[in-house]
Design a binder for this molecule. Structure first.
Ligand SMILES: NC(=O)c1ccc[n+]([C@@H]2O[C@H](COP(=O)([O-])OP(=O)(O)OC[C@H]3O[C@@H](n4cnc5c(N)ncnc54)[C@H](OP(=O)(O)O)[C@@H]3O)[C@@H](O)[C@H]2O)c1
Length: 300
């Protein structure tokens, strides 16, 4: 694996990169990397104000960055469709699609489409979005799905997939959604390969990085104190974004690669838990996701 700093030699100035959740945390750092290295960056944000602030921050570093800010709420299929329409109106090809946005361990809630919110935002929202944008992907495009080592705790139970029958666990739903990111990566990779397309689909995880992801949920002051102590020793958001950036640019990437952090400047290939590699689980999730979202991928 090449070192992260070697990526500096890769010219990204001709690339168009779309990043979901680009206003904060790892998505912001990923957007910052690509924008300050000359790429055209489409940055999605739930709130245009937060997105504008993020763009301004990047532009204080490099004023002439090429940034396009568009509103996207992955918890709302109308917003996903509006976002896709606006991206189509830009009349360009996407070279790198980074499905990064996410929520973690939130209390039980439903998205506007009636999905459990973590599965809805982290997996189904990106599943629908990627289908809608698929025709814009360049022939050798790269799709990066941001997962987590929490996928190791994830299980799939299609009889109670979105906790319709109760027994909701905030971390269980998060882990399941992050396992779905991997299952989806492999399922999409198989379909891309069966259609003889050159696109590459990979996934990444940051380890643990200090971001807004840990702000969710009501916690006692004591728990908040210990979370603060824990976060003081973990990676920064900038370090946490490196596996994602490597996943997007690694010249030796092949579909299915799963990038994670090794040391501050090194990225390694991870082995996901066996269930993520299970073909039946992958195709079951694909069928379930198509059924729920009615997404149409131009793939056989
Ligand atoms: N940080 C870690 O240690 C860690 C570890 C493993 C995996 N990850 C993964 O890394 C990814 C990025 O997380 P992060 O750590 O950077 O967290 P973060 O700082 O909280 O950023 C999350 C981003 O997702 C956006 N988002 C949340 N709900 C959304 C929705 N409904 N529609 C559209 N965008 C939405 C947020 O927008 P708002 O600002 O509007 O909320 C924000 O831009 C996630 O997929 C997460 O699972 C992170």
């Amino acid at each position: 694996m090449i070192q992260f700093k070697e990526l500096e030699n890769i010219d990204v100035s001709h690339k168009t990169v779309l990043i979901t959740g680009g206003n904060a945390g790892l998505g912001f750092e990923t957007a910052r990397y690509f924008a300050t290295h000359g790429a055209y960056v489409i940055l999605s944000s739930r709130s245009l104000d937060k997105g504008q602030a993020a763009c301004e921050l990047i532009q204080t570093e490099v004023p002439k960055t090429r940034l396009c800010l568009l509103q996207l709420d992955l918890a709302d299929s109308n917003s996903i469709e509006n976002f896709s329409t606006q991206v189509h109106e830009l009349n360009l090809k996407i070279d790198i699609l980074i499905n990064n946005a996410g929520i973690m361990a939130v209390p039980y809630a439903l998205t506007k489409d009636g999905y459990e919110s973590q599965i809805g935002v982290n997996h189904l929202g990106h599943f629908r979005l990627s289908a809608l944008l698929f025709d814009l992907l360049s022939d050798d495009a790269r799709i990066v799905n941001v997962s987590s080592m929490a996928h190791r705790q994830g299980t799939v139970n299609f009889k109670n997939f979105m906790y319709e029958k109760g027994k909701y666990s905030p971390f269980g739903a998060y882990s399941r959604s992050k396992l779905c990111n991997l299952l989806y990566t492999y399922a999409l990779a198989d379909r891309i390969s069966a259609n003889n397309l050159k696109m590459i689909v990979v996934s990444a995880h940051p380890g643990v990085a200090k971001t807004g992801l840990f702000d969710t949920g009501k916690r006692s002051k004591v728990i908040q104190f210990f979370i603060g102590l824990f976060l003081a020793s973990v990676s920064t958001a900038e370090e946490g974004a490196r596996p994602t950036i490597m996943a997007a640019l690694d010249p030796q990437a092949v579909s299915g690669n799963f990038y994670g952090p090794l040391k501050k400047n090194l990225v390694k290939l991870e082995t996901p838990k066996p269930l993520a590699l299970d073909k039946k689980a992958q195709s079951d999730l694909w069928a379930y996701s198509i059924n729920k979202t009615k997404a149409t991928y131009p793939l056989n």
